[in-house]
Ligand binder design. Sequence first.
Ligand SMILES: *Cc1c(COP(=O)(O)O)cnc(C)c1O
Length: 359
Amino acid sequence: MINMAKPVIGPEEKQAVLEVLDSGIIAQGPRTKAFEEAFALMCTTQYAIAASSGTTALHIALLAHKIGPGDEVITSPFTFIASANSILYVGARPVFVDIDPRTFNIDARRIEDAITERTKAIMPVHLFGLSCDMEAIMKIAQKHHLAVIEDACQSHAATFKGQKVGSFGTGVFSLYPTKNITSAEGGMITTNDALIDERCRVIRNHGMRVRYYHDELGFNFRMTDVHAAIGLAQIGKLERFNAARQANARFYDENLRGVVSPYTPEGYAHVYHQYTIRVPNGQRDALRDYLKENGVGSEIYYPVPIHKQRFYVEELGYDLTLPETEKAAREVLSLPVHPSLSQQDLETVVNTVNRFMGA
Ligand SMILES: *Cc1c(COP(=O)(O)O)cnc(C)c1O
């Protein structure tokens, strides 16, 4: 079976974990600090704050921006559930704007229509490894005095016009094993704002500035040094991993027939967290079955848009039609693109897809 994801763990990660275990400092400590510094350097931001997951990092970032009950946050309905759920955790309401069918990302041209007097922030999600249109989004945010919290959980080191995602507003990354780099579980927040940096650190650690004095409601959303040691070893390999993903994607672009390959607008660097095709004429599910029968893994990201998830419809009362998102949910299929694929794997994937499509 050619799998959808395979974390690449080498002797460096194993050695680093053993060193932490031997050091006696295994919770948040010097490795976490070193990982934060390396991450900020990669992202070209002043600060980076480690968290226990991408989800808790989103939660912290929203709290750091003082988003809460009565507030609205504009985001994409075509993403992993954590993007929107984090907005619910702070008591705010996600407002969903339809996607651009070419990029699968929030359609920046539709954002202004969704702004109300309750809107506090925009959460663009850089889906599948491709940046949103950050020029348009930052312009709207500045005009309406809105915070920008970038969900960059799938887009480590992706760029928009040469600038790293996560460095436009407040960035949030996941380090889950399927992501472009991993710390087993983990997350990271990036910012150039000293005040946001400080608030994130306090919220992450029980609202505590002075030991056992609690200024506000905080959480235990810390990263451990065991996880940070893995992340630190991985971040040194990010460039190589992303280059391998891009080379795999190029091979697919050049060789797949009868399906719609991912689109990368001029001036964007796609890091292919997923290689997501569109399968026309209602053949998506049959292609997925055919791939499986022939030993090729594939996955549907995402089969149900967030505004159609049962909890959002039945408990929260969402009653929306977002045609581009709903069409994408019916047509998309992600193919294996991770760095461990061999040339033979790539050829198997291409030949199997092309055979099914009769091309
Ligand atoms: C993975 C992911 C998250 C959540 O990250 P975890 O580390 O799994 O908590 C949030 N948003 C998006 C878009 C993701 O892909």
